[in-house]
Ligand binder design. Structure first.
Ligand SMILES: CC(=O)SCCNC(=O)CCNC(=O)[C@H](O)C(C)(C)COP(=O)(O)OP(=O)(O)OC[C@H]1O[C@@H](n2cnc3c(N)ncnc32)[C@H](O)[C@@H]1OP(=O)(O)O
Ligand SMILES: CC(C)C(=O)C(=O)O
Length: 559
């Protein structure tokens, strides 16, 4: 039997349609339950599908806490400091810096930030604590003397965690949270700069009515107000559903949370299903105002939501993310150093290969797109980096994130004439005439087929020069003026005259018995290209001077 596709309204297909020959796999998929069987998903008229992303949320990097706790080797203090300074430089204004009660290093790092004055006046640090009195006290000890901080209290609220991990019923757990939150409030005393955050861990698997009542009771206990709002951070701690379900859960909270103007609604997606970015984006449509995540998506298991992708997705829609990614390679190198984990070559916006095309039709389109872009910029009278971007296959201008155009087109056996011509032009200054491109491309394709690998830009230049510029053959030019050219073949010399050196050379060659016809000759970007026909065969040559380009073409035909 073909497995049915289930929706909240029931199965929609019991049998494979005739056009889909896929059959049952050997995996025990029946062991897992749909989200709809695991948690009540609120039913209401959702508004998020018709909203648009028009402004950035408050971004809160949690690399130094959630990212750090997922590393085999947690960051040492030097690495943490380097990461913190990077985050400040990029413009983050709220930064989770650790779990101070977790370890000596974690505590010492927060003290270091406090005592060294490393936290700028416009930046607030967040410290994370479970709902345990001893650990809450240690957390407050870590921020002693700091004028501003967010104390972030968390407790898992989902049924499996309540029953299996914490072994407390709904009410008992609720009391534990309230008790811990009361201690947090007491320890904060009358420091107005200390604000509060609560995370019902595994929010996405928790009954909506329960999570709402826990959050509302904390809003009240902490006496939240519009000028001292509480943060309710609603994590998809382990993703179990498609992003629309998370969006529904967030919009439900957005609509129903008490004292909504005194609550900052925050989200904290993980990426178990590979949809962390989609979850965060839909959650913002659904009413979230703050997003916690990590640079390049480090974090537990498959990671926290990737703040680089989220922010640059906004940039690519014309919305300033208000975080500076203008040197993405420095950001990436710092993150790789601190986490001791590499960033994948295909990682959105930051991977080595994400602005590179190997395939022929993509390269052709990009090459034409660049030329069109330059024309548009000229027509508008603006610098190319300011002109509207519309280059096929490149969602953003690599320059925006500090990348050069050097590696945009790389050549292998999947490439075509457009790509080869682009590399020869941009890397070697050979702006090939259109008629020459297919022939040159075939030559490069042969090299790629031979090696089975990429043909680097330098090798393409070498191949071109060897084939079309540094040509040896029976004829040599031994003298040339504007109106006469002398060629040598063997021991004999022949002189031709004409209106220009090309015409003179043709006469000299004819005088030597070679009936040559120049079918095309052109000078592009300071290099001459010529196509010649001898005995019904044609070939191209290139050289700085037009008559030398003709000579190269002829020598190729006669060699
Ligand atoms: C989703 C998240 O990212 S949550 C953050 C996870 N991060 C970390 O765990 C990193 C830092 N953690 C640590 O250093 C340690 O776990 C500590 C210091 C916090 C606690 O250490 P220990 O006292 O040795 O406890 P342990 O690590 O085994 O944690 C399990 C205990 O914490 C309890 N617990 C789990 N979450 C919470 C919470 N939010 N509030 C209160 N207690 C909690 C569990 O019920 C369990 O208690 P039990 O032993 O009575 O059954
Ligand atoms: C407790 C929260 C913030 C968290 O780290 C998670 O749920 O993943």
């Amino acid at each position: 039997m073909f497995p049915s596709l289930r929706t909240p309204d029931g199965p929609v297909a019991d049998e494979a349609p005739f056009w889909n020959p896929q059959r049952e796999s050997s995996m025990p998929s029946h062991r897992y339950r749909s989200v709809y069987d695991r948690v009540p998903v609120p039913e209401f008229e959702r508004a998020w599908p018709s909203r648009r992303l028009e402004a950035p949320p408050l971004w809160v990097p949690v690399d130094l806490r959630d990212g750090n706790q997922a590393l085999a080797d947690p960051m040492d203090p030097a690495r943490k400091r380097r990461f913190f300074d990077l985050l400040v430089t990029m413009g983050f204004k709220e930064i989770e810096v650790g779990y101070p009660s977790a370890s000596r290093d974690d505590f010492a790092f927060v003290r270091h930030l406090v005592e060294s004055g490393a936290v700028p006046d416009d930046v607030t640090i967040v410290v994370f604590t479970p709902a345990r009195h001893d650990l809450i006290e240690r957390t407050f000890a870590s921020i002693e003397g700091l004028p501003r901080a967010v104390v972030h209290l968390y407790t898992a609220t989902a049924p499996t965690w309540r029953d299996v991990v914490l072994r407390r019923g709904r009410d008992e757990l609720h009391r534990l949270v309230l008790d811990a939150a009361a201690l947090v409030a007491r320890l904060a005393g009358d420091r107005p700069g200390v604000r509060f955050e609560f995370s019902p861990e595994v929010f996405n698997q928790t009954e909506p009515d329960y999570v709402l009542s826990v959050c509302d009771s904390l809003t009240e206990l902490w006496d939240a107000s519009p000028d001292r709002p509480v943060i309710h951070n609603l994590p998809a701690t382990v993703e179990i559903a498609s992003p629309n379900v998370y969006a529904d859960q967030i919009e439900y909270m957005h609509r129903n949370l008490a004292r909504r103007d005194s609550v900052i609604l925050s989200v904290h997606p993980h990426n178990d299903r590979g949809t962390g970015v989609a979850c965060a984006e839909l959650a913002v449509l659904a009413g979230a105002q703050r997003v916690e995540g990590c640079l390049f998506g480090n974090g537990e298991r498959t990671g926290n939501v990737d703040l680089v992708a989220l922010a640059l997705n906004l940039h690519a829609q014309g919305v300033d993310p208000r975080i500076d990614f203008s040197d993405i390679d420095v950001i990436r190198a710092t993150v790789e150093h601190c986490n001791r984990i590499g960033v994948h070559e295909r990682h959105p916006y930051g991977g080595d290969l994400v602005y590179t095309a190997f395939s022929g039709t993509h390269q052709d389109a990009i090459g034409k797109g660049f030329a069109h872009h330059a024309e548009q910029a000229r027509a508008l009278g603006v610098a190319p980096d300011e002109a509207p971007w519309n280059v096929p296959y490149l969602p953003i201008d690599p320059h925006d994130v500090g990348r050069s155009y050097e590696a945009v087109i790389r050549v292998n056996s999947q490439s075509g004439k457009g790509g080869v011509a682009y590399v020869l032009d941009t890397e070697h200054g050979f702006d090939l005439p259109p008629g020459m491109r297919a022939e040159v491309s075939r030559r490069v394709q042969a090299a790629a087929d031979e090696s089975g690998a990429e043909v680097p830009a330098k090798e393409i230049g070498d191949l071109f020069r060897a084939a079309y510029v540094d040509v040896t053959g029976p004829f040599a030019v031994v003298g040339a003026t504007d109106a006469s050219v002398t060629v040598r073949i063997g021991d004999a010399e022949h002189t031709g005259t004409g209106d220009d050196p090309v015409a003179a050379l043709v006469r000299a060659l004819r005088a030597a018995g070679t009936d040559v016809e120049v079918t095309e000759h052109v000078v592009r970007s300071g290099v001459a290209y010529a196509e010649c026909r001898v005995d019904g065969r044609t070939a191209w040559g290139a050289a700085p001077a037009p008559h030398d380009a003709v000579l190269n073409a002829v020598n190729r035909l006669l060699s």
